[in-house]
Each structure stands twice: as C-alpha cells, then as structure tokens.
Design a protein around this ligand. Structure first.
Ligand code: HEM
Length: 201
C-alpha cells in the first residue's frame, strides 16, 4: 500500500504541475497536453503504472480490512479515538470517494462524456467549459479536499510502513505531510476557483 501510494502521489504532483500551466494560457496548456500525447512510451508507461498501482492499492485495502476485522471481530461498544487523526480514521471513506472522482474525471476530461462541452483537441477549453458549471466546479473542490485528507495520512504513514519511525522524526514527517497535502489542495482547487472567478476564461 505504501509503495503504490507513493507512485500515485508522484503522479498527482506531476499532474498538478502540468495543470497549473493553465494560468499561462491556452496555447501553453494545449501544447503541453499535445506534447504528452506524442510521447507514446511515457504516456502508456504512466497509464500502465497507474493502473497496476491503483489495482494493488485497492487490493491492499481489502487485505488490510480483512486483517483488521479478524484481529478484532467484535466491534467496540464505545469507541473513543486516542491518538489517531481524523484523516486516518476516514481513509476507508475518502479512498473510495477519490476513486469515484477519478472515474468521473476520466469520463469528463479524457473521454468527454462528463456532461459539459468537449473538444478532444482543446483541453484548455474543456477545463474552462467544465468549471463554468458551478456544481461541477464545486464537486471538484470537495473531491480535492477529500483527496488531500487521504494524502495527508498516506504521506504521513508511508515511511512508517516502510520501517522509518523515530520519535524525533515522526512529528516532522507528519507536519511535512500536512503541508504537502495542503499545497496540493490549494494548487488543484485554484483551477476551478479561477474559472468560476473569471480569471481563467
Ligand atoms: C482541478 C483539478 C484537475 C484538473 C483541471 C485536471 C485536468 C485534466 C485534464 C484536462 C485531463 C485530460 C488531458 C488530455 O486528455 O489532454 C486530465 C487527465 C487525467 N487526470 Fe486530471 N485534473 C485534475 C485533477 C486530477 C486529480 C486530483 C487526479 C488524480 C487523483 C487526476 C487524474 C487524472 C488522470 C489519471 C488523467 C488521465 C491521464 C491519461 O490520459 O492517461 N486529475 N486531467
């Protein structure tokens, strides 16, 4: 789960940096998207790595849930969280919601059946037309919030899963994870917000 999570988080950071070029303008953003499509090996290599990572990440979730319930088959009568964070307790909810978002997102901007105007040769126009529909833009912002809640715990705990755990470093790792997740939220959300505000049009 930790290794596939890092692969997925790496894609998310790369995708964010690519998407922020929307603030430079239509030609830059469309040129970037067009350029990626020409790099067939990179494109299909990334798609294959994402598909395998998502499948293994979900498989690990199922295994972990099974181990958790066999370790404690009887539910607590009264559960009071001691040290766990809200982000960690909601991983089993934020994960599937992010997965549902990705399905919609692919239908929306890659396949073009998301219910807003679509032109395969104009990704910039697709993003602007998509986020001009306020409920769609707001749904993206909410999904980004849940994605970053998920990332906050994932980034804080993947090193622990891989064996790096030390009283001196763990609080700093948690702080860094919160900062990175917060920046990712602000970066992605800035796009629908900018379209709604008319800054990107
Ligand atoms: C405001 C936020 C986002 C915007 C504006 C955005 C924009 C886009 C656009 C325009 C495309 C299609 C590119 C093209 O076909 O030319 C795309 C594809 C994609 N996006 Fe996003 N994206 C956002 C957030 C996300 C997030 C958070 C994730 C993952 C959690 C994600 C995952 C993907 C994937 C997997 C693809 C398909 C890539 C491929 O064609 O193989 N996106 N995105």
């Amino acid at each position: 789960m930790a290794v596939t999570g890092v692969v997925l988080a790496g894609f998310i950071v790369g995708h964010l940096l690519g998407n922020l070029q929307i603030f430079i303008g239509r030609d830059t953003f469309n040129g970037y998207a067009e350029g990626l499509k020409k790099l067939h090996v990179l494109l299909w290599g990334t798609r294959a790595a994402l598909l395998v990572s998502v499948a293994l990440h979900i498989w690990s979730t199922i295994q972990l849930a099974a181990r958790r319930s066999s370790a404690r088959p009887v539910a607590y009568q009264k559960y009071t969280a001691q040290t766990s964070s809200y982000a960690s307790r909601t991983m089993y909810m934020s994960g599937p919601i992010v997965a549902a978002f990705i399905v919609y997102h692919l239908l929306h901007f890659t396949i073009g059946v998301g219910g807003t105007p679509y032109d395969a040769g104009d990704p910039y126009g697709n993003v602007v037309a998509g986020f001009k529909v306020i409920p769609v833009a707001l749904a993206y912002v909410i999904a980004m919030g849940l994605l970053c809640l998920h990332l906050r715990h994932g980034l804080a705990s993947f090193l622990q899963t891989l064996g790096v755990n030390h009283p001196a470093y763990t609080p700093k790792i948690k702080l860094a994870a919160s900062l990175i997740a917060g920046l990712i939220f602000l970066g992605f959300s800035s796009i629908p917000v900018a379209v709604m505000a008319g800054v990107v049009s």
